[in-house]
Design a protein around this ligand. Structure first.
Ligand SMILES: Cc1cc2nc3c(=O)[nH]c(=O)nc-3n(C[C@H](O)[C@H](O)[C@H](O)COP(=O)(O)O)c2cc1C
Length: 369
């Protein structure tokens, strides 16, 4: 793959980390998570210590359905951020999606440096369940053997392809070339199924999926789709913050609330699943800020729930203060999720998800206002 100017690459990645911490980049008021209410059970008939959030959605046992959603890589701060994230993922038994491995596809020393970064992370956290990551617009241009190299270098337990048309369209150095995306995904799903027995997951980066698109994905052989909808980090807003004042910035602002919320994307998926029009798993991310948010998304049918920005914020706090922040946050999220299960009378995620499928007054577990 053609090398991007390394200085431009480094500065964009650093901008993203810095700017994503600005509350202006969060589309929280569009999340709709506050419109979903889980119904309190005054007589749960279970003991708190029996509540379990363990899960095995792709054959690998995980202590939690919560995961570290794909973030950054390939710049000065990236290595330390990823080391801390991977160590914590291993310690807590969470799955972690690594940031885009695009740089590893570069020719020469840039590609070698990126591969060395992931090798170091794998060495530091040998038991972490890591998922690789590449953008769809890069996948379209990349021979499959090179994608396999990304999976091998990370010893990945799964692979995310991210689709981000809004971000690529707004980014001055973006690659808004998505023609052939479905074909490329289908070929990768085929190749991965033959060569590895690991899940291929398509994700957005904060703009969600429509019902029509979810249905289009059915025949491709994906293991799951992470809807990653509107309600949290918004890449229209992040890219707009990077722009100097001018017409380009105005264009970015026009799109600052673009997307389909995580909740609406899940409701579309739920409907399609109930008609058997979609059989791959549904995962959720985008605006998840508590274990209660995660419980709501599981009740709507999600198997796994990811967070990006809050975990990055905790890592940056740790790096600034040298005080632990990430593991305490992960533990808080787990505890909040367990309380939601307990107070709805569900002993396990499976029960929460099953009861979430029911619309009946007796068995139903959530309302949408
Ligand atoms: C700094 C930063 C970098 C990101 N980089 C990637 C990436 O390389 N690949 C990807 O699939 N998603 C990337 N994302 C998107 C997240 O995985 C996630 O889909 C999105 O931020 C919504 O989650 P949140 O609201 O919890 O932040 C990034 C997010 C952040 C905050």
């Amino acid at each position: 793959m053609k090398n991007e100017n390394p200085i431009q690459f480094e500065s964009r990645k650093q901008d993203h980390v810095r700017i994503a911490m600005d509350p202006k980049t969060q589309s929280s008021s569009f999340s709709k998570l506050d419109r979903i209410n889980l119904i309190h059970e005054a007589l749960p008939e279970i003991n708190f210590q029996d509540v379990t959030i363990a899960t095995k959605p792709f054959g690998v046992p995980l202590k939690s359905p919560l995961f570290i959603s794909s973030m950054t890589a390939g710049h000065q701060q990236g290595r330390e951020i990823n080391l801390r994230l991977a160590e914590s993922a291993q310690a807590q038994g969470w799955m972690m999606g690594v940031g885009s491995q695009r740089k590893e596809l570069s020719e020469g020393s840039a590609g070698q440096e990126a591969a060395a970064e992931w090798k170091l992370i794998r060495k530091t956290a040998p038991k972490a369940i890591l998922f690789g990551n590449l953008g769809l617009s890069q996948l379209i241009q990349t021979p499959l053997d090179e994608v396999y190299r990304l999976i091998d270098s990370l010893e990945a337990s799964g692979f995310f392809v991210h689709t981000n048309p809004l971000q690529e369209a707004l980014q001055p150095e973006g690659t808004p070339q998505f023609k052939g995306g479905l074909k490329a995904l289908s070929a990768l799903a085929d190749g991965i199924a033959k060569r590895y027995q690991i899940p291929l997951v398509l994700k957005e980066v904060g703009c969600g999926f429509s019902a029509a698109t979810l249905q289009k994905l059915q025949s491709l052989g994906l293991a799951a789709v992470d809807v990653s909808g509107l309600g949290g980090t918004h890449w229209g807003r992040v890219e707009t913050e990077r722009m100097p004042v001018g017409e380009l910035k105005n264009t970015g602002q026009t799109y600052s609330n673009w997307g389909i919320s995580t909740v609406d994307s899940l409701l579309f998926a739920r409907e399609l699943k109930s008609q058997n029009l979609v059989t791959y798993q549904i995962w959720a991310s985008g605006g998840v800020r508590s274990g209660l948010d995660a419980a709501k998304l599981i009740a709507l049918g999600s198997e796994m729930v990811g967070l990006a920005q809050p975990l990055l914020q905790a890592v940056l706090t740790e790096m600034r203060t040298q005080k632990s922040a990430l593991i305490p946050l992960m533990q808080r999220l787990e505890q909040e999720l367990k309380i939601a299960l307990f107070c709805t009378g569900c002993e396990s995620l499976e029960v929460l998800r099953q009861r979430g499928q029911s619309d009946s007054r007796e068995k139903g577990i959530w309302t949408y206002e």
